[in-house]
Design a binder for this molecule. Structure first.
Ligand SMILES: *Cc1c(COP(=O)(O)O)cnc(C)c1O
Length: 358
């Protein structure tokens, strides 16, 4: 049998989660964000699975859009960072990609481009995250410059939240107020909300939502949330026990001997490591399911293997199934033990992991 490390992707869960996102603002549109290979779930497969219900897709760059167009995806695709160099504009125009404009450099480049067809522009404002975007005070100037260009067909006004996943902070409301003030009198559709904005903030739900992480069944919030309870995890990462050790108290496990048995223990070695994308930051105690029973990682995660505690797991033996996150163990709960967020767990899965679609 081949190495068992597998990411099982449940496409109907992704459809369910998209429809949940959509139901938060049923009259409006929602672009399914499938950048970074659909957060590790496989962009083409996810796009195909959503093709009859999605209003369009969002990706980070032209390479990701080309992959989708070449696979036959015809729905609108938004480039979330726009173009990085002016020579991308020809493809963008010919393939009718929707294109973010976040800087004056991009506006200049667009002005001098000669295009076969005008492009739909998503003009991004820096409403407080201070990453990319036109400053609020300059936004109307940028908007009118673009409105007058033959290269531009129409404009969507967008911004992005820094802290929508922390509803207790006032930052999101401040960003919305900044955006609303700077766009007063402009008549174009608006897009503000990522998953957290879509799930939590009434004022953030406008003409286009941009849900990402929630499509994959993980919550952006650190605390419980009523909408999060309805999400269905889409990726189950699993493998198998490949060896079992009976160890005396005092015996160490793994690199650096960082874990030492405090009592006689059964330890399982599992075919899963950081080269598969399982985080090396996972500390002793990170939850894992063996034979469907809750257990824990012990010692350091190696490149190709890691150790789990089998002491209290009935019947665990070579070949026993191990689930690292998924339907029965939330990636967001695992992430807490690895000082990270579910986004990095999903996007970190490497090509050595066999992908199975159900
Ligand atoms: C990635 C991204 C999103 C999706 O964010 P989630 O937190 O995954 O929902 C939305 N908008 C922009 C501009 C993004 O870059």
């Amino acid at each position: 049998m081949a190495r068992a490390a597998t990411a099982t992707i449940n496409l109907s869960a992704i459809r369910h989660n998209y429809e949940l996102a959509k139901s938060m603002a049923p009259e409006q549109r929602a672009l399914a964000i499938i950048k970074a290979d659909a957060y590790g779930h496989g962009a083409v497969r996810v796009a195909e699975a959503l093709s009859d219900i999605a209003d369009g897709f969002g990706v980070a760059c032209i390479e990701e859009a080309v992959e989708l167009r070449e696979a036959g995806v015809t729905l609108p695709i938004l480039l979330l960072e726009g173009f990085f160099s002016a020579d991308e504009l020809e493809y963008i125009s010919e393939n009718q990609l929707w294109c973010t404009v976040h800087s004056w450099e991009q506006i200049e480049a667009l002005q001098t481009a000669s295009l076969k067809q005008p492009i739909k522009i998503w003009l991004k404002m820096d409403s407080g995250m201070h990453r990319v975007g036109i400053q609020p005070a300059d936004y109307k100037d940028a908007y009118s410059r673009l409105s007058e260009m033959d290269q531009v067909s129409d404009i969507v006004m967008m911004s992005h939240f820094s802290s929508a996943d922390e509803p207790e902070k006032p930052v999101t409301d401040t960003q919305i107020a900044t955006f609303n003030q700077a766009t007063e009198g402009l008549d174009s559709p608006v897009s503000l909300a990522n998953s957290a904005g879509t799930m939590e903030h009434n004022g953030a739900r406008r003409e286009f939502q941009r849900p990402g992480i929630m499509l994959y069944g993980a919550t952006p919030f650190m605390t419980s949330h009523p909408v999060a309870d309805k999400l269905q995890p889409a990726m189950t990462l699993s493998s198998e026990v490949i060896a079992v050790r009976e160890l005396e108290a005092g015996e160490p496990v793994g690199y650096g001997c960082t874990f030492v048995c405090d009592k006689p223990s059964r330890v399982g070695t599992v075919a899963m490591g950081y080269a598969d994308g399982y985080p090396r930051h996972a500390k002793t105690g990170t939850p894992v399911l063996v034979n469907g029973q809750m257990s824990r990682i012990i010692g350091r995660v190696s490149m190709d293997m890691l150790a789990v505690d089998l002491t209290d797991i009935d019947d665990a033996k070579v070949g026993s199934p191990v689930e690292f996150w998924g339907e029965n163990l939330l990636a967001s709960d695992v992430a807490v033990h690895c000082d990270t967020i579910p986004y990095t767990l999903f996007t970190g899965i490497t090509r050595r992991v066999h992908k199975k679609y159900i």
